[in-house]
Write a protein that binds this ligand. Structure first.
Ligand SMILES: Nc1ncnc2c1ncn2[C@@H]1O[C@H](COP(=O)(O)OP(=O)(O)OP(=O)(O)O)[C@@H](O)[C@H]1O
Ligand SMILES: [Mg+2]
Length: 180
């Protein structure tokens, strides 16, 4: 599904060069849950962004077998548009994938969005609210809901449950079993 070969990314700073990634190679198969572990600042987020195509590597190659990819970012305070209601945040992916929208229509979008609320353990009332009305953990669960709704084949999860408490972490554990 995903193949990284010799991926390098150096960042230049005033004090020198940070070798964020220095020749990373890995393969992730279909249906596989791949955990990347390492100390703070070792390059995990950088690799995730390169896989997503958000930043370009200095050298090396990333190949993806699917275009259906999604992401749950590390920081739930920056990953949700503050001007959008939660319903629109969750529904956006379904609407953007217009073929889905044409086939299923707006009624099904409402139903799909409400279904995902069960997974992320939030009540229907949240749909009319804005991101600033939620805690960090609640925002992170909204970001998880948004990521799974479009039925992606690959999700980059950058510490998706680090801002959640122990019971809410269950949301993360249930993710692999969620069938949108
Ligand atoms: N845009 C950037 N400009 C300069 N340096 C950067 C940039 N992005 C990341 N770095 C540096 O690259 C290194 C790797 O950062 P990265 O965010 O990938 O680490 P991480 O493994 O995700 O850490 P954490 O566990 O704290 O999230 C760090 O030293 C960081 O300071
Ligand atoms: Mg990180």
């Amino acid at each position: 599904m995903v193949k990284c070969e010799g991926v390098k990314k150096y960042f230049k700073s005033r004090t020198g060069t940070v070798k964020a990634l220095d020749g990373v190679s890995l393969e992730i198969g279909k249906g596989e849950i791949f955990g990347l572990v390492g100390e703070s600042g070792c390059g995990k987020t950088t690799l995730g962004k390169i896989i997503l195509g958000i930043i370009k590597p200095d050298s090396g190659r990333v190949t993806l077998e699917t275009k259906k990819i999604q992401v749950v970012f590390q920081d739930p305070y920056n990953s949700l548009d503050p001007k959008m209601k939660i319903f629109d945040i969750l529904a956006e992916g379904l609407i953007v994938h217009s073929s889905w929208f044409i086939v299923h229509g707006s009624f099904d979008i409402r139903r799909k969005v409400e279904e995902v609320l069960d997974l992320i353990k939030l009540p229907k009332e949240v749909l009319d609210k804005y991101p600033h009305q939620f805690s960090g953990g609640e925002r992170q669960r909204i970001a998880i809901g948004r990521a799974v709704l479009t039925k992606p084949e690959f999700i980059v999860c950058d510490e998706p449950v680090s801002s959640l408490d122990v019971t809410s972490k269950e949301v993360g554990h249930n993710l692999p079993f969620y069938k949108p």
